[in-house]
Design a protein around this ligand. Structure first.
Ligand code: SF4
Ligand code: SF4
Length: 194
């Protein structure tokens, strides 16, 4: 029968005419984002970082630059490295997350913000001061401890370094004042004292 193709085409038009649009008026409207979303930023905790540079070594693009000074204090415990330079060239980053996977101390996390456009490429290089000053809204990607507690980086709550790691804060060698009271014994695997 002639004209059946035209009718089929018109059916598609009619269906789409009454369908709710999937597009939204960004930036006034926003779609809900998953807490594991890997945004165009990083969350870094200076208090957790030992300056080991594992993140820089694992980055397949070599875009993380770290310089440390071994005179960072805590000499009685063998010394601590102070991180003087921590540059990430976000303009070249592919947000693969390997640097975050490589960090043994949960000091580096993927971030959740994606509105980081700049006019100049060099402004996409973030440095240690920018990283220190940023609000901490880590993505829960590759961070099971944040997943477990159902942390939502989009709720506006900033995550402090004590609560961002897999271990309890008193394990952290840079914070001897957080050691448990005398008489406490070794923590069990889940971080609680026996
Ligand atoms: S996300 Fe990937 S490309 Fe970007 S800094 Fe980390 S390891 Fe390098
Ligand atoms: S962020 Fe993690 S991997 Fe990178 S230097 Fe600090 S502790 Fe090491």
């Amino acid at each position: 029968m002639y004209g059946i193709g035209i009718l089929k085409g018109l059916m598609v038009t009619a269906k789409n005419l009454v369908r709710k649009p999937v597009t939204i008026q960004y930036p006034e409207e926003r779609v809900p984002q998953a807490s594991r979303f890997r945004g165009q930023e990083f969350v870094w905790y200076v208090d957790r970082c030992t300056g080991c540079a594992s993140c820089a070594k694992f980055c397949p693009l070599g875009i993380i630059r770290i310089e440390t000074d071994p005179n960072g204090g805590n000499e009685q415990d063998g010394g601590t490295y102070r991180v003087d330079v921590f540059d990430i060239d976000q303009g070249r980053c592919m947000y693969c997350g390997m640097c975050v996977e490589a960090c043994p101390y949960d000091a580096l996390h993927m971030g959740s913000n994606f509105e980081a456009a700049q006019y100049r490429r060099q402004d996409l290089v973030i440095n240690v001061e920018v990283l220190k000053a940023r609000e901490k809204h880590p993505s829960t990607w590759y961070r099971p401890q944040l997943e477990r507690e159902k942390f939502d980086p989009f709720e506006g709550e900033s995550k402090e370094w004590q609560d961002a790691g897999r271990e309890k804060p008193f394990w952290h060698p840079q914070r001897p004042e957080m050691l448990p009271d005398e008489g406490d014994t070794r923590p069990t695997a889940d971080g609680e004292y026996k």
